[in-house]
Structures are given as C-alpha cells and as structure tokens.
Design a protein around this ligand. Sequence first.
Ligand SMILES: N[C@@H](CCC(=O)NCCCC(=O)O)C(=O)O
Length: 248
Amino acid sequence: MKPFIGVTPDFNAGDRKEWGGKEPTYFLRARYVRAIEELGGIPIVLPLASDREARRRLFTNIHGLLLTGSGPDLPPNLYGERQQYPFALVSQRRSTFELQMVQMAQAADLPVLGICGGMQAMNVALGGSLFQDIASQVQTTLKHRQTARATRLSHAVRITQHSLLRRILGAATVRVNSSHHQSVKDVAPSLVASAVAPDGIVEAIESRKHRFFLGVQWHPEFLFERHRPHRRLFEAFLRAAQRRPAAR
Ligand SMILES: N[C@@H](CCC(=O)NCCCC(=O)O)C(=O)O
C-alpha cells in the first residue's frame, strides 16, 4: 500500500515581498510533491499546525516525513546564537512545527528525509548548530549557491563508508546540485555526518539508530528524473515509510 508522506510547505506570515506579500500564504515547490507521487507515495502537504494535539494527530497519520527546503534561514536563536548576518528568517510557525515534528519522529522511529533547509532543521531540532553564512565563516572557494539551474549538477560529495546513504547510493562519491549559503556546523549529538563536500562542508547527516533518518544538503527533487542515485534516495525513503505501522 502506498505510504502517506507528510510534506512541510513554506509559510509567508504576511511579512515578505514575494510569496503572497502581505497575505499569509503557504507555498511549496511542486517538484517535492511530484517526486513522492512518481516514486510510489501519497504526498500530504501538512498545515503547520500550532496546536500540539493537531500536530500529534497529523503525525500519527503519516508513514514518513519530508522536510523541504527554505530560502529563508532558521532563526539562529534556535541553536543558541545571535543573528550575525541580515538574511531573511523562516517563519516561527514553520520552524516550531518542523522542529517538533523532527523530535517526535526521532522518538517514534518515523522515517524522515530532510532536503537542504529541511536537513538543517533536523540538525537544529536535535541540538546541532549551523554556519550562519558559509561565505563569511568558512574558508572555501567551492560555490555552494550555484548560478546554473538546479537540474544541473554542481559538485561532488564524498559519502562515508558503512553509512545508510552509502548503502542507498551504492557509491563512494556522487555529484549533486547546490543551493544554500548555510550548512551544518556542530552535528547534533544523536546524528553523524555521512557526506562531505571537497571543502569539508557537511552535505548529509543521518542517525545510525533509526530505520531512515537522513538529511541531504542538496536538492534531489530536481535530479531524480535523470540521475539514478538521487532516484534511489526517494525510493529507499518510500520503502522505509511503507514498513511504518499504521496509525495506532
Ligand atoms: N536557507 C538555507 C537553506 C537553503 C534551502 O533550503 N534552499 C532551498 C531554496 C528554496 C527552494 O528552492 O526550495 C541556506 O541557504 O542554507
């Protein structure tokens, strides 16, 4: 039976120029939904419920959780820092919802796939931190914000031996796209880094104690149709979600 996959949208609280401007608006790139649909899941776009009981009921009715990307950044106070650079921040509605869903998912061994900002949310939710701005804080010449379309590959990442990601992709390195200016700084205590870029920037994190708890810094939803390794990532996630017991 096809698994229900909760997909987190982005949310403009009415304080942005784009995405609905002053009108509070949910929005979500259709590629996230298409990848789940085409590879055998049923995507459920989640309302970013502020009510705890509503979150619990949403949680018990999904078989997997897909945390999507986000142009704006997670508020640095969520990982104990003062904001040092003038970048837009994710709405509190989204960050609160995602961090609580991640914590519930880890406790219940719900399969989770985080993409880009979604991976960063996983790390922060479990006590890790971020580089607030790679260009300002990390000595690197590697461009992590590619100018080419996200359907184009940008750089290689090296994948840790014996990791879930290595088992899924079946390779020691894979080429990825790249659309981020932040990255994982301190990996959360319960997670490990399972891929790094040539400059040492963390490109994937995962739990060794869960069936499928994996975040990637790149955007496989732009790549899965033409690049087999990125298709395998979604396929493995959906297989793990299929094995999730139905809601109690
Ligand atoms: N703001 C963070 C996360 C970057 C990210 O998720 N980018 C995706 C952009 C939105 C989209 O195209 O889905 C960072 O910059 O590191």
